[in-house]
Ligand binder design. Structure first.
Ligand SMILES: Nc1ncnc2c1ncn2[C@@H]1O[C@H](COP(=O)(O)OP(=O)(O)OP(=O)(O)O)[C@@H](O)[C@H]1O
Ligand SMILES: [Mg+2]
Length: 593
């Protein structure tokens, strides 16, 4: 008999339920509100009472209402047909729902049970398999979607039979396997997995080491992230978190992008829905939406489901990783997720931690980030989930609990600076305050040496140093005045401005400049370093500014031109001529645009 209960107390969407037998933490239940079933999750158990968090508005709910427990946690339904879809935080298919607003108790299944898929077997009779093994594959858009032995199954199994190549629907048996006791089990194309538990159906999770190209220069060339790495983007309001994440979702070199829009403005998410289907994938020429899944829990949707949305997104990412794919998971913003946790914790009157966030916030955040990673599957194929979250620290205070906890969990830190955003230096990532811990990994350095170039890491470090020294020179100039410092200080400062304007700043809305492939980044970086290494002679500080502005101008034109095109070469030639003859004299003659 399943567990039943009745409502004994209601505080907004926290509902106390008296239960007739045991329930477990995170178990899902349904509250029967006059025929409408409201989904809820057990978040605390106290004696005969279960505290459940309702994923919807509890308006109209009365004590005494009946509750039915399901015996399982919040689960994601996994199978072919998830790609290109838009889900809410509980993985209900948003396209299947009618109307603009979701109705209470309106749950649309994530997968279409009747859909038919062209199945091709990969396993054969007699094979030994285990959770996560590939039984066969179907084509989902252009991805080879593997049909996996359910993650929940323990131990080894022997394949008794596998369906022949052909069309099958989701619930058809496509394989029969026998366990060690000799019992038979059927495998279909769908399985379920509790979203709050990490999927561990892989052999190893070594430290990640391969560069994940994002096309964003200040990331790739200054603070690179790796396949299976973690990063976060803290930034005050309006400094470009969302624009940057959208750029990453369009450009990053991943097989699949999962975007969790968590508690953000509904209109931005609508933009994402409207914009994505139209956009072309710059790498494959296909539509971007073909490799994208969007999970939306906007600021006007129930807060409780916000917490679930990031877990649902991570579960989908882990599922596709088990197929040997490279996934990029983006969450905007994880602060809104943490706020949902705070709300519930406060309602339960738990002992509050800093800023009233739950005491275990650091652990919750680090456990979540730990689910990302680069894995070696049981069949020796590899897959990865790279996770980048945004954080919106109130008032730009990087000492607040969500930023601090995330800093401990994520390996890359992309700090957006208010000052840079104010002066329209986009993307506003502060290259010096930001860091990537991967640069310190010997395996990463090795990988870069073998696959990009011997001196790439040295170049990255040098470029960072130029910025730091330029900043110091700038401060000296500010304190002592333009003519109170040697002319060299001006040169030092302007050389760092070349790095800033040519490499750091990038126009997210320009077709060419928006995404820079590594080869091109390398080319421009060495070009900028060449200029850095040159000594120019100036008679006085007034000559320095127009001279370097001309250089910046040529190089920006190069950035806006197709790589190595006639235009590009023309500007490059002019730049070379200018810097070779380049003394202050010639700089004066040249116009600065
Ligand atoms: N790379 C960029 N290139 C050009 N403009 C940009 C860039 N990044 C941000 N902007 C400008 O800054 C504005 C705000 O950016 P965005 O919405 O991404 O900020 P946000 O940090 O997500 O804000 P919020 O905290 O309110 O969510 C954009 O509408 C755009 O005009
Ligand atoms: Mg935003």
């Amino acid at each position: 008999m399943s567990t039943k209960g009745k409502v004994v107390g209601i505080i907004a969407n926290l509902v106390m339920v008296e239960v007739n037998q045991s329930v477990s933490q995170n178990e899902i239940c349904y509250i029967n509100l006059e025929g409408v079933k409201l989904m809820a999750e057990v978040i605390k158990i106290h004696g005969k009472n279960a505290y459940v968090q309702v994923f919807e508005s509890t308006r109209g709910l009365k004590t005494g209402t009946e509750v039915e427990f399901t015996g399982h946690m919040l689960e994601a339904t996994l199978g072919p047909g998830l790609l290109s879809k838009n889900f809410d935080g509980l993985l209900h298919d948003l396209n299947k729902m009618d109307g603009v607003f979701l109705k209470k108790g309106d749950y649309a299944a994530p997968l279409d049970e009747d859909s038919a898929w062209d199945f091709k077997p990969l396993a054969a009779k007699g094979d030994t398999v285990q959770a996560g093994s590939w039984i066969g594959e179907v084509k989902e858009n252009w991805i080879s979607h593997k049909i996996l032995v359910p993650f929940k199954w323990e131990g080894k199994y022997t394949v008794k039979s596998v369906a022949e190549k052909g069309e099958y629907t989701l619930n058809d048996t496509i394989a029969v396997v026998t366990d060690q006791k000799g019992d038979e089990h059927n495998i279909t194309m769908v399985q379920k997995w509790p979203v709050k538990l990490p999927i561990r159906a892989f052999k190893e999770k070594p430290r990640p080491f391969r560069l994940l190209e994002t096309g964003v220069r200040v990331i790739d060339s200054f603070n690179p992230i790796v396949e299976g790495g973690t990063g976060f983007i803290p930034g005050p309001f309006g400094t470009g978190k969302t624009v940057l994440q959208h750029a990453l979702s369009r450009q990053a070199d991943a097989d699949l992008i999962i975007v969790a829009a968590c508690g953000e403005r509904a209109n931005e998410v609508v933009e994402l829905f409207a914009e994505f289907p139209e956009l072309d994938d710059p790498r494959t020429g296909r539509k971007l939406m073909e490799r994208t899944i969007i999970i939306a829990n906007t600021s006007n949707m129930p807060v409780a489901a916000r917490e679930a949305s990031v877990y649902s997104a991570m579960t989908l990412a882990e599922y596709y990783r088990s197929m040997g794919l490279k996934i990029l998971l983006l969450a905007d913003s994880t602060s809104r997720w943490a706020q949902a946790l705070r709300e519930m914790s406060n309602r339960m009157e738990e002992l509050p931690g800093p800023d009233a966030f739950p005491m275990d916030l650091p652990a919750i955040i680090s456990n979540f980030y730990a689910r990302a990673g680069y894995v070696i599957l049981n069949n020796d194929q590899t897959g990865s989930v790279t996770f980048i979250g945004t954080v919106s620290p109130a008032g730009g205070n990087l000492k607040e609990p969500v930023t601090e906890s995330t800093k401990k969990a994520a390996r890359c830190f992309y700090a957006l600076s208010q000052k840079r955003a104010d002066s329209k230096r986009y993307p506003a990532i502060d290259a010096v305050d930001s860091y990537s811990k991967y640069i310190e990994y010997p395996e990463f350095v090795q990988y870069i040496k073998e696959n990009i170039s011997e001196d790439w890491v040295d170049h990255i470090n040098l470029a960072r140093n130029i910025l730091i020294r330029g900043h110091e020179a700038y401060e000296q100039i500010n304190i002592l005045g333009d003519d109170g410092v040697p002319v060299d200080y001006h040169q030092e400062f302007w050389k760092s401005e070349v790095v800033d304007f040519v490499l750091l700043q990038q126009d997210a809305f320009d077709k060419i400049d928006a995404s820079t492939p590594i080869e091109r980044q390398q080319y421009m970086l060495s070009k900028v370093l060449d200029i850095y290494h040159k000594e120019f002679s100036f008679e006085n500080f007034e000559e320095v500014n127009p001279f370097f502005k001309t250089i910046i101008n040529y190089m920006k034109q190069m950035n806006y031109s197709e790589f190595k095109s006639e235009h590009f070469k023309k500007y490059e030639k002019e730049l070379d001529e200018f810097t070779t003859n380049g003394k202050s004299g010639s700089a004066k003659k040249s116009e600065t645009k």
